[in-house]
Design a binder for this molecule. Sequence first.
Ligand code: NAG
Ligand code: NAG
Ligand code: NAG
Ligand code: NAG
Ligand code: NAG
Ligand code: NAG
Length: 431
Amino acid sequence: MIREAIFPNTLCFIFVFFSISSATDIITPSHPLSNGETLISAKGTFALGFFTAPDSANRYLGIWYHNIPVQTVVWVANRRNPIHDLNATLSINADDASLYLTTSGNSTPIWSSPSFPKLFPNPIGQLLDTGNFVVKSFNSSSVLWQSFDHPTDTMVPGMKAGPNLKTGIDRNLTAWLSVSDPSPGKYTLAIDPIGVPQLVIRDASGSWIWRGGPWNGFGFSGTGQFFDVAFYREFISVFSSNPDEIYYSFNTVGDAISIVTMDENGTARRYGWEASLQKWDLYWLAPSDPCDFFSACGINAVCDTSRSPICRCLDGFDPKNPASWSRGNWTDGCVRVSTLGCGANGTDEFMLVRGSKLPDTAAAVADRSLDLDGCRARCLMDCSCKAYASADLSRGGNGCIIWMAEIKDLRVYANGGQDLYVRVAPRDSGT
Ligand SMILES: *[C@@H]1O[C@H](CO)[C@@H](O)[C@H](O)[C@H]1NC(C)=O
Ligand SMILES: *[C@@H]1O[C@H](CO)[C@@H](O)[C@H](O)[C@H]1NC(C)=O
Ligand SMILES: *[C@@H]1O[C@H](CO)[C@@H](O)[C@H](O)[C@H]1NC(C)=O
Ligand SMILES: *[C@@H]1O[C@H](CO)[C@@H](O)[C@H](O)[C@H]1NC(C)=O
Ligand SMILES: *[C@@H]1O[C@H](CO)[C@@H](O)[C@H](O)[C@H]1NC(C)=O
Ligand SMILES: *[C@@H]1O[C@H](CO)[C@@H](O)[C@H](O)[C@H]1NC(C)=O
């Protein structure tokens, strides 16, 4: 959450100067953190302490960038339970290594982290220079608990977003309810592991608002150049899907500062810090145009912002409900003109859709071993296969994705995107 109001630079310098003189990055059972105190990470990048939400009297324990003057809270501990009392303390339990946040006159913590068996002597809470607040034994490097596993609405470099399949922790970004209230809001940005994993924005009911699509080796298929490894040299993206976890992560290059946030109105954004102007630059946001909204044109249709109307049926398909389609209601999508040959000995053909954002992969499978020809052959052998495309563009088009359901949420870009091969009956294949 970025707070636009800035305190004057002079004050800021005093603040920084003051903080350095008393800086520590740890709390211990005998040295808790009280109101007014902050932990400062080793190189001064992040601070952990108490802040007041804008236009609100409520106070929270959080982490913010210490080295930039625009208050940018990246993590909130007690997002559901604000501190009303002025006197709050963050402590760590010597016996079970749990963190607990208490207010004066109330022994029940308003927030706490999990307890651990008494195997970990001298527990400390340490604010790392990555912005990760970790609980560990003083002498040990193994982390018992970390704030990076419990993101708020902001992703900082080094954090992973996506499900940890071993622990069951879903590391998603959940928006603040409003600018002045960090309690969980309506929207989440998460990796959905079903089918071929995709980046998605969900609303409060769990419905998808926007789909970034599967990772294509350079970026998520539907995030265009702005998430891409190649476009911005200030950060490097990483995506991994393995039996233990599926995640997106990024690291910045040199002194660059970049964050990804999920806002209260359902918009995901990437910002970069513009040091010369001392402000955040908006690099990318989604959804950003009518074709970005999930399934804007219904099934078997293509969304193209450069055309009017933006929706058309794929070649070989007609509107399911022509009257409503002609009124601009795309909900019912399109249906096949000719039945697929299926089984009649590979008589079906494929229509190439260039510049595609890959359609919804919830009902798709990836085969990393096949090339495009192998992919085509495999698709032809299976009547439920509706389309195929290359799975990884970064190594000259390796692997393939095969769609086992109708084409949904397909759009094309004037620049970028990739080739998608849609199965059609021979006479509908066009050119
Ligand atoms: C704040 O709480 C601490 C611990 O409960 C107590 O020692 C201190 O006196 C309190 N300060 C104020 C101003 O209430
Ligand atoms: C932990 O570190 C302290 C200080 O370096 C040392 O005295 C102590 O023996 C260490 N304890 C363990 C369990 O390694
Ligand atoms: C987001 O993560 C939180 C914490 O793990 C979890 O309770 C919630 O169900 C997740 N929401 C979505 C939509 O993934
Ligand atoms: C969300 O929408 C409301 C109402 O239009 C607006 O006041 C607010 O500034 C928006 N929030 C953000 C983060 O854009
Ligand atoms: C669009 O069509 C769907 C399905 O036919 C219908 O349920 C919906 O009410 C229509 N929307 C509008 C705005 O007419
Ligand atoms: C499949 O195609 C081959 C070669 O085109 C042909 O010899 C064969 O009879 C066909 N089989 C069927 C079941 O259509």
